[in-house]
Write a protein that binds this ligand. Structure first.
Ligand code: ZN
Ligand code: ZN
Length: 298
């Protein structure tokens, strides 16, 4: 299984000389398994270049695109995804169930004529929409996709891709559950603590022993204190989940749009200094950057 990053930035694209090393495109991750349908996680602006590569690759015909959620930074590249415009491709779009609108309605809105010249109904590819919740989905001959709700201001799913006993977990736009009882009274706080413990354990169980965890680590611990409830984690929270779940490697994702390359490198170094402990195993941690490829060999 090859995991390639096409967009690693949260909230808003941030091109420019200060971000060229890690990249300024919003979330998009490609998951390739030989002889299997192509999997894509999120359609931020990074998906445009991936689409161009797919067009030049005769081996791709079926594509499963999974949205973590439908905030703008995760859907905005979709109208520029070239395979949508070709009858050669069968494309399945999967995303979390919403109370008011289904996935097709939500994605069609950003392609209304006021915003974009081509409407969803006019796309040439064989397109289908799938509203999903917490479930297990079989893809191709040997891929399993599992989903889990995470903690964000809108309904948001984490994904686990498993093939040949190798697993990769993708958690973007997630905040540790501790914000859930921040404003509660004493009784509410006690109840809140129990809910938080339960939710945290459920997430650890979901991630448990995976080979690779890609996870939101947008803030420094100091920044997080002023952004509680915004739906993102600090690097330390991201690392703590990786350690508690015993993953083999962790990649920090969804970088802040204001963060320069130099600042990102410093953030990583500071984290590594904080978590280094010679008495326990330190989990390898790196920062997501565009065109980084990680191979999980069976
Ligand atoms: Zn986001
Ligand atoms: Zn979001």
């Amino acid at each position: 299984m090859d995991i390639r990053f096409w967009g690693v930035r949260g909230s808003l694209p941030s091109p420019g000389p200060d971000t060229s090393q890690f990249g300024g495109n919003t979330p998009c991750v490609e998951v390739r398994n030989e002889g299997e349908p192509l999997i894509i996680l999120d359609a931020g602006t990074g998906i445009r270049k991936l689409g161009m590569e797919i067009i030049n690759d005769p081996t791709v015909s079926e594509i499963h695109l999974f949205f973590s959620h439908t905030h703008w930074d995760h859907i905005q590249g979709l109208p520029f995804f070239a395979p949508l415009f070709s009858p050669k491709y069968k494309i399945k779009l999967h995303g979390p169930v919403h109370y008011s609108k289904n996935l097709e309605e939500i994605l069609s809105l950003q392609m209304e004529y006021t915003y974009f010249p081509v409407r969803v109904a006019e796309l040439a590819s064989e397109l289908s929409f799938h509203d999903i919740s917490e479930e297990k989905i079989k893809i191709g001959n040997g891929i399993t996709m599992e989903t889990k709700y995470v903690n964000h201001p809108v309904i948001c799913l984490a994904y686990k891709v498993t093939k040949d006993n190798k697993s990769f977990v993708y958690i973007t736009d997630h905040e540790p559950y501790r914000n859930l009882y921040a404003d509660a009274d004493e009784m509410g706080k006690e109840e809140g603590r129990l809910v938080v413990e339960e939710q945290m354990q459920a997430l650890i169980d979901f991630v448990e022993m995976s080979d690779l965890l890609v996870i939101d680590g947008q803030y420094t611990p100091q920044e997080y204190e002023t952004k509680i409830g915004w739906g993102h984690s600090s690097l330390d929270d991201a690392y703590a989940l990786a350690r508690n779940a015993g993953v083999k490697e962790v990649v920090i994702f969804h970088h802040d749009p204001d963060r320069t390359d130099a600042e990102l490198q410093q953030m990583l170094k500071d984290l590594q200094d904080r978590v280094w402990d010679p008495s326990t195993r330190t989990i390898p941690v790196r920062l997501a950057r565009e065109q980084l490829v990680i191979r999980l060999s069976p």
